[in-house]
Design a binder for this molecule. Structure first.
Ligand SMILES: [Zn+2]
Length: 350
C-alpha cells in the first residue's frame, strides 16, 4: 500500500479514523462490524499479559491464543464475506485480499509484513517484522487463510534477518467446526459523558495529536508515554480468553487477572497514576475499556465502578495493579460484573 491517505490536520490515516469512533460512554465503535467494539491497547500489554500468564500457568499458551483469535477472525470474515461480495473476494480478488490485509496491518499498528507467496488451497508465506504480538498475528493469518482457502491449516515460524518468515499451510485433519457463531455480547451500552475535543477534519480525539504513525513499519507510538499501541477488535481478546478457559480450565480466570496486575505494575509509572481519577478515567476510555464512574483510592483500599467494562478481567487487573503501585502493598481483588456490563472492583491491602 504505497499511498495511505492521512488527515491533513492530525496526520492519522483516514482508514483508521473512518474505522473507529471514540464514544462518550468509554467504548470505541468499530465501523467495520455492526455493534463491534474496538480495543486500542499497548502492544506491551498484550505481550506482557501473555508472558506473565504463561509463567503463572507453567505451560505454553501461544497455540491457544492463536486458536482463539483464529476462531474469532473466521467468524468475522465469514460475516464480512457473506453473500456475492464474498464469492467475488475469493475468486477475482484473491491475491488482493491478502495484500490489503497487509496494508491494513500497517495502519492498525500490527507491524510490517508482506505476502511472499500464495498457493491457492495450499499455502501462504509471509515475511513480517515488528509484529505486534506473534500468537495474535498467527491467529489473524490462520483466520484469513481458513476463510479464503477453506482448508484447515497450521503455521510455522522461522527467524529471518530482523523479522520472521511465517508459512501457513494446509494440513490433513478435519477442521474444527465452529459450533455456532461466537456470539458477541449484545448488551445495551450505557450512555456516558466523556468529552473528547475532536480533530476539526477527521473527528478523532485530540489525543491523536500525540500519537505517531510510522506507516512504513506499522508502528503507532504514544509520544507522551513512549509506549507502542495497536488496535484490535474487543471480540478478539474476549475470544482468546474463552479459548484459554476452555483449554486450561477455570483457574486461568484468576491467572489472567494476576497477569494483568503484574503487567500494570511493571509498565505504568507512579507519577502517571498519581494524576488520579480524571487521568485514569480517560486512560480507560481512550483504550475503549469503559467508563469509570467511581474511583476511590485510599491508603489501604481502592473501590471503583466501570460501566460498559471490557474485557472485565483486564479492567479489574489494571485497577488492582494501580492500587499496588500507589500503596506499595500486595492486595486482594474482588470484582463483580453485572448483567449490564457494569464492573464493580474492590481492592484491599493484604
Ligand atoms: Zn484528524
Amino acid at each position: 500500500m504505497s499511498k495511505i491517505k492521512v488527515c491533513p490536520e492530525c496526520g492519522v490515516p483516514r482508514i483508521f479514523s473512518k474505522g473507529n469512533r471514540w464514544e462518550s460512554n468509554g467504548c470505541i465503535t468499530a465501523q467495520a462490524g455492526e455493534g463491534k467494539r474496538a480495543f486500542f491497547y499497548e502492544v506491551g500489554g498484550f505481550n506482557g499479559l501473555f508472558s506473565n500468564l504463561e509463567r503463572t500457568m507453567g505451560t505454553p499458551i501461544d497455540r491457544i491464543v492463536s486458536e482463539g483469535n483464529r476462531k474469532n477472525s473466521v467468524d468475522y470474515l465469514r460475516w464480512l464475506f457473506s453473500g456475492p461480495k464474498g464469492v467475488l473476494a475469493r475468486s477475482i480478488l484473491h491475491n488482493r485480499v491478502y495484500k490489503s490485509v497487509a496494508g491494513l496491518g500497517l495502519v492498525f499498528g500490527y507491524g510490517y509484513f508482506e505476502i511472499l507467496d500464495v498457493r491457492r488451497g495450499e499455502s501462504v508465506t509471509v515475511y513480517g517484522r515488528n509484529i505486534y504480538c506473534m500468537p495474535m498475528f498467527i491467529g489473524d493469518i490462520l483466520g484469513v487463510f481458513s476463510v479464503m482457502e477453506k482448508v484447515p491449516a497450521q503455521a510455522e515460524i522461522e527467524e529471518k534477518g530482523d523479522g520472521h518468515i511465517i508459512t501457513v499451510s494446509r494440513v490433513d485433519k478435519p477442521e474444527e467446526e465452529l459450533a455456532s457463531r461466537l456470539q458477541s455480547e449484545t448488551i445495551r451500552l450505557k450512555p456516558g459523558d466523556i468529552e473528547y475535543k475532536g480533530c476539526s477534519v477527521c473527528g478523532l480525539p485530540a489525543e491523536f495529536g500525540n500519537l505517531a504513525f510510522d506507516l512504513k513499519e506499522g508502528i503507532i507510538t504514544d509520544t507522551t508515554t513512549g509506549r507502542r499501541m495497536a488496535t484490535t477488535g474487543m471480540d478478539q481478546i474476549v475470544a482468546v480468553f474463552r479459548e484459554l478457559e476452555a483449554e486450561l480450565g477455570e483457574d486461568v480466570v484468576r491467572a489472567i487477572l494476576d497477569a494483568q496486575r503484574l503487567y500494570i505494575r511493571s509498565a505504568l509509572d507512579r507519577e502517571e497514576i498519581e494524576l488520579g481519577y480524571p487521568y485514569l478515567r480517560r486512560f480507560l476510555a481512550f483504550r475503549g475499556m469503559g467508563n469509570m464512574v467511581r474511583y476511590d483510592a485510599r491508603g489501604d483500599a481502592l473501590d471503583a465502578v466501570v460501566e460498559n467494562a471490557s474485557p472485565p478481567l483486564l479492567v479489574a487487573g489494571m485497577l488492582q495493579g494501580i492500587f499496588e503501585l500507589l500503596s506499595g502493598s500486595e492486595s486482594d481483588c474482588e470484582y463483580r460484573r453485572n448483567e449490564d456490563a457494569t464492573l464493580e472492583v474492590a481492592v484491599r491491602a493484604r
